[in-house]
Design a protein around this ligand. Structure first.
Ligand code: ATP
Length: 367
C-alpha cells in the first residue's frame, strides 16, 4: 500500500510540453482516475509514474520514496495496458506466473498466488488456455490477474476496457471497482471516457492540454466545476454554455444573453455585482431545464423562449434539442410525460438556482 505524489512534474518531448507542472497527491487506497481528451497528457503522466518515461522536471514519490531514478521493476507497481500485452505463446497460468518467476519466487507460492488471483477474477477454469483461445473480456481479466499476483503497492491501468464492447465494459467496470474495494490498494487509472471516470473514481483528475484542470470527487466535479473546460467535459449530454453579460436594470442585476435574460436571485447578487457590465459564460445543465407543463417543485423558474428541433425518447426521460431565438442550440432533459413536438415554439423553464457563471476571460468559475 502506498500514496503517490507528483510534485511539479513537467514532461517535454523535444519542445512540446505534454505535461505541464503537475502537482497531485494520490492517497493510499484511493482510486484516482486521470481523464481528459486524447493527447491531454494522461498516459504520459502514468508512464512517468511507472518509470517508462523519464520526467523532464519535478519529482515523483511512491510511498514517500523518491522514484525518479528507480527502474520500473523496482517501483512496486503493476501496470495493465490497453493492449493487455499478454504473451501469446504462454498459457494463462504462465502469463500470470511469469513476473513471480522472474522475482525468483518458489513454485508452491507462485501456484498459490496465481490460483487465488484466478479465482478472484473468475478465470480459474481457463488457466491452461492460450490467449488466442480467450474472449476479449477473459483476456482483460488475465491482464488484471497478472497485475494482482504481484501484490503491488500501486496498480496502474491505462484504458484497460477500451477493447471491450459496450455491455462488457459496463460489467468489467463494476468488477474493477469491486476488486479495488476488496484489495484496498491504490489504483491509478487512465481513461478518456468521462462516464468510466465518474463511475469508478473515488477522485478524478481532469486534464486538458497537459494541464491539470481540477481534481475532486465525481460529485463535486459535476456540481462545482471550476472552469469552463471541466463544466463542458463532465456530464452527458454536456452542460449548456451561453455567452452572456451581467447587466443592471432598474437597480436589479440580470444575466443577459442575446436572446433571453433573467434576474439574478437576491442571495447571489453580491457575488456577481463586481461583474456588472462584464462578459461571462452562463452554464446550465440539461436537467435544470424543464418542460413548462412539468415543472418540478422547489425550483426558481426563468422562462426562455425556444423552438424544439429534436426529441429523443429515452423511456425514463426525454432529451430535447432546442434553439434559442438567435438559433443557439441547447439541450434539456425533461419529464418523460412531455408532449412537446418538433417545431413547437415554447418557453422552457430554466431553474435559476442551478446555473453556473464563468469569467469569459479567465474561463474560471466566478465565486
Ligand atoms: P490518448 O487518450 O490519445 O492516449 P493521452 O491524454 O494519454 O491521449 P499522451 O499519450 O499522454 O496523451 O500524450 C500527450 C501528448 O504528448 C500528445 O500530444 C502526444 O502526441 C505527445 N507524445 C506522447 N508521447 C510522445 C513521444 N514519445 N514523443 C513525442 N510526443 C509524444
Amino acid at each position: 500500500m502506498a500514496n503517490v505524489i507528483f510534485e511539479k512534474i513537467t514532461k517535454e518531448f523535444d519542445n512540446f510540453v505534454a505535461v505541464n507542472n503537475l502537482n497531485l497527491t494520490v492517497d493510499d487506497g484511493e482510486f484516482l482516475v486521470f481523464v481528459g481528451p486524447s493527447g491531454c497528457g494522461k498516459t504520459t503522466s502514468l508512464r512517468m509514474l511507472a518509470g517508462l518515461e523519464e520526467v523532464t522536471q519535478g519529482n515523483i514519490y511512491i510511498g514517500d520514496k523518491l522514484v525518479n531514478d528507480i527502474p520500473p521493476k523496482e517501483r512496486d507497481i503493476a501496470m495493465v495496458f490497453q493492449s493487455y500485452a499478454l504473451y501469446p505463446h504462454m498459457s494463462v497460468y504462465e502469463n500470470m506466473a511469469f513476473s513471480l518467476e522472474l522475482q525468483g519466487k518458489r513454485k508452491g507460492e507462485i501456484k498459490t498466488r496465481v490460483e487465488a488471483a484466478a479465482k478472484q477474477l473468475g478465470i480459474d477454469r481457463l488457466l491452461y488456455r492460450k490467449p488466442k483461445d480467450l474472449s476479449g473480456g477473459q483476456r482483460q481479466r488475465v491482464a488484471v490477474g497478472r497485475a494482482i499476483v504481484r501484490n503491488p503497492a500501486v496498480f496502474l491501468m491505462d484504458e484497460p476496457l477500451s477493447n471491450l464492447d459496450a455491455k462488457l465494459r459496463v460489467q468489467a467496470r463494476a468488477e474493477i471497482s469491486k476488486l479495488h474495494h476488496e484489495l484496498g490498494t491504490t489504483f491509478i487509472y487512465v481513461t478518456h471516457d468521462q462516464v468510466e471516470a465518474m463511475t469508478m473514481g473515488t477522485r478524478i483528475a481532469v486534464m486538458n492540454s497537459g494541464i491539470l484542470q481540477q481534481v475532486d470527487t465525481p460529485q463535486n466535479l459535476y456540481n462545482y466545476p471550476q472552469n469552463i473546460f471541466v463544466a463542458g467535459f463532465i456530464g452527458s449530454p454536456a452542460m449548456n454554455l451561453f455567452e452572456a453579460r451581467i447587466i443592471n436594470k432598474e437597480e436589479e442585476l440580470y444575466v443577459a444573453t442575446d436572446s433571453f435574460e433573467f434576474s439574478i436571485m437576491p442571495e447571489l447578487v453580491e457575488l456577481y455585482r463586481s461583474y456588472q457590465g462584464k462578459e461571462v459564460i452562463l452554464g446550465i445543465r440539461p436537467e435544470s431545464i424543464h418542460d413548462p407543463d412539468y415543472i418540478p417543485p422547489g425550483i426558481e423558474p426563468a422562462l426562455v423562449p425556444a423552438t424544439v428541433s429534436v426529441m429523443e425518447m429515452m423511456g425514463n426521460e426525454v432529451i430535447i434539442y432546442l434553439n434559442t431565438l438567435t438559433k443557439q442550440e441547447f439541450v434539456a432533459r425533461v419529464d418523460p410525460r412531455s408532449r412537446l413536438v418538433i417545431g413547437a415554439s415554447i418557453s422552457v423553464v430554466f431553474d435559476k438556482s442551478r446555473f453556473h457563471l464563468f469569467d469569459k476571460h479567465t474561463d474560471q468559475i466566478i465565486r
